[in-house]
Design a protein around this ligand. Structure first.
Ligand SMILES: [Zn+2]
Ligand SMILES: [Zn+2]
Length: 388
């Protein structure tokens, strides 16, 4: 079958790879009908993620049709249409029972590698390095889905793929980011990063009753989208000082809730931004936490900082200001299974149509080109959907 495979920095190829087979009796095989490129895939593209190996199949935002079912799978049959969440969870460990699905204790076969780096291993993820399980991803014609009774959500209506596809990651991830921000009525919520996760965090913040949402980015089309679809005020950080703007929008108090939907590869400005790049180049830090620092600086005292943006290793973060301003920080990969059913409900009831973020619809063979376009933020690219 055809798949998009990783071969080092900025080297993604369309390759012929073996079709996946059932390995465990709890697996299903899904024939992919739609699959997206995620902002976090760009960390792999830019070779920032440890544990990638030549030939790894990429992708963690797929959906399709079940074509093969393991003997012990109870909830799915051949022919079922499913969206597959990006986290892999066993459903029966202590963490899964606590609904902390992205922290599953059983789904990362390379847990030892992750434990050495982090103390404990989070869940395995599709197409996201051997550090997180070495699972083949969904930018392919077929995908093996482990723990099939726990992960995929069946779509029983005939709602189009592109309206439900983003249940695989970015819609629940944006939603959990807003939930983690503990939004209350009358709150001002500032969201750094207007990619797909930022857009869904903005919309979710509105659904949760925020008084004012402020979107921060440098790409005009993305800011426009945040304003048009998310009813957000906008700050283009290339044209205005973010701290000054946020202070003047909040009477000098600062936003109550801050969401970092950018993560490790922030494009900082000024000396601080340059310093991040130098430290990263000299291997003194693994991340460029420009946004994290700015959010800590801007957030009102006693406010909340929610971090859906992906970070990878050591980063220079000002813990003193965080402590002295009594900020609460919440973060983590999304506990997908908590959100699949309720968010599918909001789509089916017409409360939200997530397809507004799609900018490019292509075939799998255009994948390598699309990675380039997306990484360069060229051609107004915000979300690429491929039909294998
Ligand atoms: Zn993703
Ligand atoms: Zn588990």
């Amino acid at each position: 079958m055809q798949a998009l495979t990783w071969h080092g920095e900025k080297d993604i190829r369309v390759s012929e790879v073996p079709k996946p087979e059932i390995v465990e009796p709890t697996d299903v095989i899904v024939e992919i009908t739609a699959t997206a490129i995620c902002g976090s895939d760009l960390h792999l593209y830019n070779d920032k993620m440890p544990g990638m190996r030549e030939g790894d199949v990429l992708g963690h935002e797929p959906m399709g049709e079940v074509v093969e079912v393991g003997d012990e799978v109870e909830s799915l049959e051949v022919g079922d249409r499913v969206v597959v969440p990006f986290t892999i969870s066993c459903g029966s460990c202590w963490f899964c029972e606590e609904e902390l699905y992205s922290l599953c204790d059983n789904s990362n076969p390379n847990a030892e590698m992750a434990r050495k780096m982090m103390g404990q291993s989070p869940a395995g993820l599709f197409g996201f390095s051997h550090l997180l399980g070495g699972y083949a991803g969904g930018q392919a014609e077929y995908l093996r889905v482990p723990y099939a009774d726990v992960g995929p959500i069946e779509i029983e209506s005939d709602i189009p793929d592109e309206q439900v596809l983003f249940l695989s990651d970015v819609f629940p991830t944006g939603y959990m980011a807003a939930e983690n921000a503990d939004i209350e009525d009358e709150d001002t919520v500032a969201v750094w990063g207007c990619g797909p996760v930022g857009q869904f965090a903005i919309q979710s913040a509105q659904m949760m009753g925020a008084n004012q949402v402020v979107a921060i980015d440098r790409v005009p089309e993305r800011l426009e989208m945040a304003s048009e679809h998310g009813d957000a005020e906008t700050i283009n950080y290339e044209h205005a000082d973010v701290y000054d703007q946020l202070m003047s929008m909040t009477g000098g108090r600062g936003p109550d809730r801050c969401i970092d939907a950018v993560g490790t590869e922030a494009h900082g400005t000024g000396l601080d931004g340059v310093s991040d790049r130098v430290k990263e180049g000299a291997k003194l830090q693994d991340d460029r936490p420009y946004v994290l620092r700015e959010a800590i600086k801007c957030c009102r005292k006693g406010g909340t900082l929610s971090v859906p943006g992906v970070y990878l290793g050591r980063a220079n973060v000002p813990f003193g200001p965080l402590m002295n301003k009594a900020l609460t920080v919440k973060t983590g990969q999304t506990h997908m299974q908590r959100y699949l059913d309720p968010l599918l409900g909001t789509i089916e009831e017409g409360e939200i149509d997530p397809s507004f973020i799609i900018s490019h619809r292509v075939g799998l063979e255009d994948g390598p080109e699309m990675y380039r376009t997306f990484n360069d933020k060229a051609d107004d690219c915000i979300k690429v959907v491929m039909e294998p």
